[in-house]
Design a protein around this ligand. Sequence first.
Ligand code: SF4
Length: 376
Amino acid sequence: MDELGSDFRRELEARGVSRREFMGFCSAMAVMFGLPKGATAAIAEALENKPKPTLVWLNFQDCAGNTESFLRASKPTAAEVILDLLSIDYHEVIMAAAGHQAEENLRSVVENQKGAYLAVVEGSIPTGANGAYCTIGGKSALHIANEVCGNALATIAVGTCASFGGIPAASPNPTGALGVSDAVPGIKTLINLSACPVNAQNLTATLVFFLTYGRFPALDKLNRPIFAYGKSIHDNCERRSHYDSGQYVEQWGDEAHRDGHCLYKMGCKGPVSFQNCPNIGWNDNTSWPVACGHGCIGCAEPDFWDKMTPFYAHLPGFPGFGTGSDIDKVGFWATIGVTTAFATHTLVHLGKKLVGTGGDHAPEGPPARTDEGGEG
Ligand code: SF4
C-alpha cells in the first residue's frame, strides 16, 4: 500500500467509513455506470491511490441550492470522504478565506495549474448591462467564467441554471442570463449536470468516473452523462404500471392519489424529462418527488420554467385518455407534442454550436440518441 492509499484508508476510518462500506460505494458506482462487477476493484484502486485534482467552485446567479445538495449528506459516507479529499481551493460558500485572500486563491489556481484543475460552475451567467448584474471582487461573472473555465482541464456545470440558464433565464430573462455553454464559447470539455438542484450522487459519480478513468463518461446531445440522463423519468417510474393501466390521479388527495396511481393528469412531465431520479432518489435515497405524490416538473430540461409550465396542467397535444393500449399512444403523442415545443430552442442551440459558440465539448463525442434524451 503506498502513502496515498494508506492516507485515504486512514481518512475513511477516521470518518467512520468501514472498508466494507467503501467497497459497497465503489460497487454502487460501477452499477450506476453500467459497468461489469470487475470494475469495482478498479474504482477502489483509483480512489485510493490516484492523486486528486484541484477543484474550484464558482457561484453566479443562483440560490446556492446545488451547494446545499452537495453538502447535505446526513451521515459520513464514502462519497463525502472522496469529495473532501479533492483539493477544493475556492468555493465561496464553504471556504474559510474571504475578500482579497479568497480571490488570490482563485488567481493562483488559474495561473499555476493552468489546464490541470477542474472548474465547477453553479448558477447562470448574466450577460446584460456588460455583466454588471453579477460581479465578484470587481469582476463580472462573465469575465470570471471565461478566465476560470477557459483555463480549466474541464468544467462541470451543476444545476439547470449553469447548464441551460434555468430560472434566471426564464422569459423575459431581464439579465440576459445564459448557461455556461452559451456564455463561454469554446470550453474544451464541458459536462452539464442539470437539475434543480443537481443530485449530489450524480456529481459524485461523475467525479469518481473521472478519477478512475482519467476521462469523463459518455455524454448525450446536451452534454449530460448518459448514465444519469439516458432514460426518461417515465421509463423507470414506480407508477408506470398505473399509467399503462389507465389508472390516474384526478384530484389531489383522491383515492387514486392515496393509492399511488399515475400523476400524468396532474401535470407530471416525467414522459419528457430525462434523469435517474427514480433509480437513485434524493436525500440519501429517502424519496423523490413522484414517490412523494407530486409530478415531475422537468427541472433537468432546457427552458423548463417556460416550457414545462403550468406545472399542474397535463402535457399538451392530446384531448383525453383511453385505457390499455390506447394509453401508450397518448403517451407517444404527448411526448411528440412537447418535443416539438423544444424544437425552436434546439435549433437555436445547435445553430450557436455550428457557428462556434458551443463546439463539441464531449471528450468522447456525444453518441447518437434516436430513442432517448430530452432534446434532439
Ligand atoms: Fe410516473 Fe409521471 Fe410517468 Fe405517471 S406520467 S408513470 S407519475 S413519470
